[in-house]
Design a protein. Structure first.
Length: 54
């Protein structure tokens, strides 16, 4: 599964916009339901590198 598909099915994630050309993804989420660290963990499990950028 790709990043967008995996995260869109994750509780607390509202919107995902991934650009493979830019090697980045913008994720809108509810901090009460999921942490940025958990999102990074999910992306890394898919085989991609990830870090939180404010």
């Amino acid at each position: 599964m790709n990043i967008e598909g995996e995260l869109e099915d994750t509780p607390g994630v509202k919107k995902v916009k991934a650009s493979f050309a830019k090697s980045e993804a913008e994720v809108t989420f509810d901090e009460k339901l999921i942490s940025p660290e958990k999102i990074v963990e999910i992306i890394k499990k898919l085989g991609y590198s990830a870090e939180v950028i404010d």
